[in-house]
Design a protein around this ligand. Structure first.
Ligand SMILES: Cc1cc2nc3c(=O)[nH]c(=O)nc-3n(C[C@H](O)[C@H](O)[C@H](O)COP(=O)(O)O)c2cc1C
Length: 324
């Protein structure tokens, strides 16, 4: 299947693995890229330019296919060394970058000069148009269903994707709630040139996370995520657990007085304990509603091959419908 996205990134299938904190290590990215998608290393999990350079080089040892790096721009008292991370990406010969969070204008000139394709992840049409205006090559349109940060507009993909298609000139992929061949065909029908998946890729054999995380996703239904940090306008969709219910109780109690310091024990620095040690109640971790569609732990190749086969079968069925 050839689309503007497969052509732009030099990949076989129009499927991208979104950056994921403490999941997007070289093993994850290489497995997705080797299966014909675009795997992505999460830059901020590495934190320093030196560590990111090592991770890029490890990924190159595991795949000769294209892969990308995610750069997330978060409000922070001690911002990461973004220029250094960009240099590590360029020096590492990476050809794709997924930006997310705030406007990526500060890193665009250096990335573009190096011939790197930039796909910016955003949760609204207005931010997508801004990304197009500042020179991003593509957009990842992240609906309200998504795991992680869905923004504050709460527009699900059945509305957001056709709205993006009506307004954008650059190609875009769907993101949030995507799991299978049905997701891919629906995304194409709504104007996307491919799809981005987060949660689905965690429940794969190669995802370098504790088995408990994979089992938690398989066991969860579409009703098991919660929105946290809404009062701070930093909404995150997470899997519910003891820590999340405690956090939500604080939000209810403190209302508009809630400060980040009040919930620090539930959200700060919890990812290594959850993803590496499998301590599933250690804190809040991003997870999409799509958990309700995830019932197994295939290899990345099995997953991507199955998605593509399903997509082709659906398209053939629709074709027959039209012919009859
Ligand atoms: C555990 C986890 C961690 C994530 N970390 C990041 C991150 O660090 N940066 C980022 O841009 N997106 C992050 N995301 C969002 C994903 O890249 C992707 O946009 C999202 O998962 C899509 O929704 P889905 O989970 O329904 O597929 C994360 C998602 C998950 C599930």
């Amino acid at each position: 299947m050839k689309t503007a996205i497969t052509e732009m990134f030099g990949i076989e299938h129009p499927i991208i693995q979104g950056g994921m904190h403490f999941v997007g290590f070289a093993e994850m990215a290489a497995a997705v890229s080797n299966a014909g998608g675009l795997g992505i290393i999460t830059g901020l999990t590495q934190g320093t330019p030196e560590k990111l350079a090592t991770e890029i080089s490890r990924c190159k040892d595991m795949t000769d296919k294209p892969f990308g790096v995610n750069l997330t721009f978060l409000p922070s008292l001690t911002p990461p060394d973004y220029p250094g991370l960009v240099k590590a990406i360029i020096d590492g010969g990476v050809k794709a970058v997924e930006t997310a969070g705030r406007n990526p204008a500060q890193v665009l000139p250096a990335l573009k000069d190096a011939g790197i394709k930039v796909i910016h992840k955003c949760t609204s049409v207005r931010h997508s148009l801004k990304a197009q205006e500042i020179g991003c090559d593509a957009v990842s349109v992240d609906g309200f269903e998504c795991g992680g940060h869905p923004g504050e507009d709460d527009v699900p993909n059945f509305i957001l994707l056709p709205r993006a298609a009506d307004e954008l000139e650059i190609p875009f992929v769907s993101s949030g709630g995507m799991a299978d061949g049905r997701s891919l065909v629906a995304s194409l029908a709504m104007g996307a040139a491919g799809m981005n998946m987060g949660t689905r890729f965690i429940a794969t054999k190669e995802a370098p996370v504790h088995e408990n995380v994979k089992q938690a996703i398989v066991a969860a239904s579409e009703l098991d995520t919660r929105l946290v940090m809404r009062p701070l306008r930093n909404t995150e969709r997470v899997m519910t657990n003891e820590a999340v219910e405690r956090l939500l109780e604080k939000e209810r109690k403190l209302g508009a007085d809630l400060k980040f310091e009040d919930i620090i024990s539930e959200v700060a620095g919890v990812y290594p304990r959850i993803m590496m040690e499998g301590d599933m109640d250690a804190g809040a971790w991003s997870c999409g509603m799509v958990a309700g569609l995830i019932h197994d732990i295939p290899t990345c190749r099995e997953l991507i091959d199955r998605i593509m086969q399903e997509a082709h079968d659906i398209i053939a069925r629709l074709d027959r419908l039209q012919a009859s």
